[in-house]
Write a protein of this length. Structure first.
Lengths: 213, 313
């Protein structure tokens, strides 16, 4: 994110953990890491790893069997993608976007490997305190919805619904025009609405059992 | 108008989440939410997921982060001297292969675990090896010697091989007899996974001659395994960095003839090999194919830039 841009509410936790870095400093660090500087690489990884872990966990579900592998792949993907980093967003956002893509792909691959049933959903519900059971159920339903969307739409919707990003942030982190992001979100929501209207169980899980007026 | 055809008021949802809406805007948003299930779901989801994204309270997250970073950094090629640019570049391109190597090891481990009943209900739960786990031997029932001396490579160069020469058992054809003579130098209990681990170790240690021998031997002996497929890309990348563009191209071509999860990297290697060979027309086609097939690849921008240089945007 360029200097002066607002820090969104949902990025506040990240901002509290790590100072927002000036664009030049970020680019210099990314350049050093890209060229093989171990210290720069470690510094960047330490900066983004907590956020990557949480993003992967949120997208995959906290008890997904492939969680650890996907987290490692996301961090490796982050290092690999550094040469294309332009400093249009903070490194944590750049990494979080990669984490969302990696986690989404891992979920889809896991579903193709085995049954469509995701055991992590049950485990999350079991582990959740009583007051959070409904939220856990809705989170699982959202993850299942994302599994069935085309990849780019799923990514945009995950960045929006799970990470809580604005359209501007999604556009910056994905290097995509604003209108393209809007279009992907519109299509994703259309697909989401269709799925919910066709699947009463899913609608119930999302507290949409009464259907769309 | 149906809600699905409307523009969804994402900006209002953002400002609502920040508590910034005035009365009029709130009324607009609520009116939309009454009509639009998708936006209702979005608003609830953003609240539901917020807790999962916040740093855990009362827990030291570093305890989870540090081991993870250690694993990732162990796989990162930056451990090579940064001043040697070509080696760093090679390492970066080999990263997916390291991951593939670990995945293949994990798959081999899992298969062995299933065969040996490690995952039976009576056994304690076993975790598959992580991506950064040390190379796994074939399994408890097939110990692998620490070092296996191999004969000179039986496959001088990786080149497309007709399927018919791969199908028969080793002793059934002349090529099979050649492989059989090789087999006498390798303990029978050696698995494709163990061979792959040894080849990768040799490559990582800089012994490329031996690594090439091991990769080629693996491809010859276990042609239908995932390890053999990954070996083709690993070998191609290594040959390319060592200046053997023709050998690299043959290896990438053979991999791409059947496709697979490393196709993106193989396509990149193929384009680079063609560049080294001074075949601009074929190189442009290779870059073009990469961009078409993987438009969002981390290599896509490089491909487009090279296409411009070649005058083929």
């Amino acid at each position: 994110m360029a200097d002066g841009d607002p820090i969104p509410r949902l990025e506040a936790a990240v901002a509290a953990e790590q100072p927002i870095m000036a664009r030049d400093a970020v680019l210099e660090l990314a350049r050093a890491a890209s060229s093989g500087d171990v210290r720069a690489t470690r510094q960047l990884l330490e900066l983004v790893a907590p956020r990557v872990m949480r993003a992967v966990r949120a997208v995959m579900g906290p008890a997904h069997p492939d969680l650890e592998d996907a987290t490692q792949l996301a961090l490796i993907g982050f290092i690999q993608a550094l040469p294309s980093f332009r400093g249009d967003c903070q490194p944590v956002q750049f990494a979080a976007r990669i984490a969302v893509r990696t986690a989404g792909t891992a979920r889809r691959r896991a579903a193709l490997r085995g049954s469509r049933h995701d055991p992590s959903a049950d485990l999350e519900a079991i582990r959740a305190p009583a007051g959070e059971l409904e939220a856990a159920r809705r989170r699982d339903a959202v993850r299942r919805l994302l599994d069935d969307l085309p990849e780019e739409q799923a990514e945009a919707l995950a960045l929006r619904m799970i990470l809580g990003w604005s359209i501007k942030e999604i556009a910056a982190a994905t290097a995509t025009p604003l209108n393209t992001v809007r279009s992907r979100l519109r299509l994703a929501k259309e697909g989401l609405r269709r799925r919910v209207s066709e699947d009463p169980a899913l609608a119930e899980a999302l507290d949409e059992a009464t259907g769309e007026p | 108008m149906r809600a699905s055809a409307e523009l969804h008021p994402e900006d209002l949802l953002d400002r609502d989440a920040r508590g910034e809406l005035g009365d009029a805007e709130r009324a607009l948003l609520e009116a939309h939410l009454q009509r639009c299930a998708a936006c209702r779901i979005e608003r609830r989801a953003r609240v539901d997921f917020r807790a999962e994204l916040e740093p855990p309270q009362g827990e030291d997250e570093r305890g989870e982060v540090q081991p993870l970073l250690a694993k990732v950094l162990a796989m990162h090629p930056a451990k090579t001297p940064p001043a040697v640019a070509s080696r760093v570049s090679r390492g970066r391109r080999l990263l997916p292969l390291l991951v593939a190597a670990a995945l293949v090891s994990a798959a081999a481990w899992a298969a062995t675990a299933v065969r040996t009943g490690l995952r039976s209900a009576s056994a304690p739960a076993a975790s598959p090896p992580t991506l950064a786990a040390a190379p796994q031997p074939a399994g408890p029932t097939s110990p692998v010697p620490a070092r296996v001396e191999l004969a000179p490579p039986v496959v001088a160069a990786i080149a497309p091989v007709p399927a018919a020469t791969q199908a028969p058992a080793p002793a059934e054809t002349a090529a099979g007899a050649q492989r059989a003579s090789f087999v006498t130098h390798v303990p029978l209990e050696t698995s494709a996974g163990a061979s792959f681990d040894r080849a990768n170790s040799a490559r990582r240690s800089g012994d490329h001659r031996r690594a090439a021998e091991l990769y080629r031997a693996l491809v010859a002996r276990y042609p239908d395994t995932a390890e053999a497929r990954a070996s083709l890309v690993a070998l191609g990348t290594m040959l390319l960095d060592d200046g053997d563009a023709a050998g690299a191209l043959a290896s990438f071509d053979r991999y791409l003839s059947a496709g697979g999860g490393l196709a993106e990297d193989a396509m990149l290697g193929r384009a680079l090999a063609l560049r080294h060979l001074g075949r601009p027309g074929d190189e442009a086609s290779a870059w073009g194919a990469l961009v078409r097939q993987y438009p969002r690849s981390v290599h896509a921008e490089r491909a487009r830039q090279r296409l411009l240089e070649l005058g083929t945007p």
